[in-house]
Design a protein around this ligand. Structure first.
Ligand SMILES: [Zn+2]
Ligand SMILES: [Zn+2]
Length: 201
């Protein structure tokens, strides 16, 4: 277990270091059709809810919120009904958006999108957002660009397949991983050598 676990922790650290995603950009991943669908369902729920309530007032049947308290105040009844439907719609939409996000995000990270969406969906049946949170913790890092040749490389790669650049340089003294921009090892202060571009003559 230890090897796979260490590799997993290393990828999580790597992702935290490299990815500075902004919330606004992340929101764009949610498919547009899903947003439109949620909006249409919300409008549909309002129409149905208000129609049923209207029918209740017309026929002296049950009106929202069920007891007789608001029968003489139709406006307040509609207002409360609208509020309840809106709250439910917002909560459900956020849940649906999290599924849409997981599908698209898993795809661009080279993970199995169907399987992950299904897992998040199943877990949210009992625990709402727990599946989504687990996904955020364990997802793979995004592919990044090689610092030397700018080719797109997988976060699991140790060397760039295009230019052989060492993607996870380690300190020659203490063997711990250092960043490719560090001049000195942050752990033991050893001076680090960098492959510098050839100076202009
Ligand atoms: Zn490269
Ligand atoms: Zn060191």
């Amino acid at each position: 277990m230890s090897d796979a676990f260490t590799e997993r922790l290393r990828l999580i650290r790597f992702r935290r270091k490299r990815e500075h995603s902004r919330f606004r950009d992340e929101l764009r991943i949610i498919p547009k059709w899903l947003v439109v669908m949620c909006l249409l369902l919300y409008i549909l729920a309002l129409i149905i809810g208000f129609s049923v309530n209207h029918y209740g007032f017309e026929t002296n049947g049950p009106v929202f919120p069920g007891d007789e308290s608001l029968r003489h105040d139709p406006e307040l009844s509609y207002f409360e009904l609208g509020g309840v439907i809106t709250l439910g719609a917002v909560a459900l939409s956020i849940l649906f958006f999290s599924f849409g996000y997981v599908y698209r995000d898993a795809k661009r990270r080279g993970m199995n999108p169907g399987l992950w969406t299904l897992l998040v969906l199943l877990l949210s049946g009992g625990y709402f957002f727990i599946g989504f949170i687990i996904y955020l913790l364990v997802r793979e890092p995004l592919p990044f660009t090689c610092p030397q040749c700018s080719a797109s490389v997988n976060a699991r790669f140790n060397f760039c397949p295009n230019c052989k650049c060492n993607l996870h340089p380690a300190c020659p003294q203490c063997q711990r991983e250092v960043s490719d921009t560090d001049k000195f090892c942050p752990y033991c202060a050893t001076e680090l050598a960098h492959p510098k571009p050839a100076p202009a003559a």
